[in-house]
Write a protein that binds this ligand. Structure first.
Ligand SMILES: [Zn+2]
Ligand SMILES: [Zn+2]
Length: 224
């Protein structure tokens, strides 16, 4: 049965070099916060997929995507792919590989100049993609307006929207999420996103928290 679901479309599990989150505990935390599911979008890794396939999930949806660093100062999240795509292939090769696997792209933090982002190069792609219009880790967002620009761009060009916390720690899970009407399973949620049914909800994470977390990553010798 279709339900209005709350899905955080951008999180990082322990399969990302800069997160230590265990997937079971992520589910526990997310349920407590009232989420119906989340997407695991690890950096250059699809390892979570095998792991999630083996989990017996009840009343909870997990989607798995790969946040691929193209090596050309941008990142693409590929959903519905079966095989991990290597990082730094360049934007053209990465796109070709996603297309070959019939994957679906979501551009993360699309206009965030403080991080790797697709920006104006978005015009280069055919229409089969969504853009993240709310990413909680967009720093100084009231000043840089990265999220606002993304919403505007999506609305103007009728591009499906996505939203997520970009959580690397448990506290961040659900800070932003997509509200979407769909059957509670990964395929149905993905299809509803493609149809542009998702509504971004939530807020950005505080700058203080983000700076603190950069130190955590730096100390752990992680690069992101
Ligand atoms: Zn991310
Ligand atoms: Zn990261």
């Amino acid at each position: 049965m279709k339900k209005k679901l709350k899905i955080d479309m951008h999180t990082h599990s322990k399969f990302s070099p800069d997160s230590e989150m265990e997937i079971e505990k992520m589910v526990e935390v997310a349920k407590k916060k009232g989420l119906d599911g989340f997407a695991i979008t690890d950096h250059n890794s699809l390892k979570a997929k095998k792991y999630v396939d083996k989990m017996k999930l009840k009343d909870f949806v997990i989607l798995v995507g790969e946040e691929i660093d193209t090596g050309e100062r941008n990142e693409i999240i590929a959903f519905e792919i079966q095989k991990e795509i290597p990082k730094k292939l360049g934007i053209c090769e990465t796109y070709k590989e996603i297309k070959k696997q019939k994957g679906y792209m979501i551009f993360p933090h699309t206009f965030d100049i403080a991080r790797k982002h697709i920006g104006k190069r978005i015009n280069w792609f055919e229409s089969n993609f969504a853009i993240e219009v709310l990413n909680s880790r967009c720093i100084f967002d009231s000043l840089l307006k990265s999220n606002k620009r993304a919403v505007k761009y999506a609305r103007k060009n009728r591009i499906p929207m996505s939203a997520g916390s970009d959580a690397h720690t448990y506290d961040e899970i659900g800070t932003a999420y997509l509200e979407i009407e769909a059957e509670p399973n990964a395929k149905a949620v993905m299809n509803a996103i493609k149809e542009g049914k998702g509504e971004p909800k939530g807020k950005t994470t505080s700058t203080f928290f983000l700076v603190k977390d950069w130190f955590r990553c730096a100390i752990a010798h992680h690069s992101h």
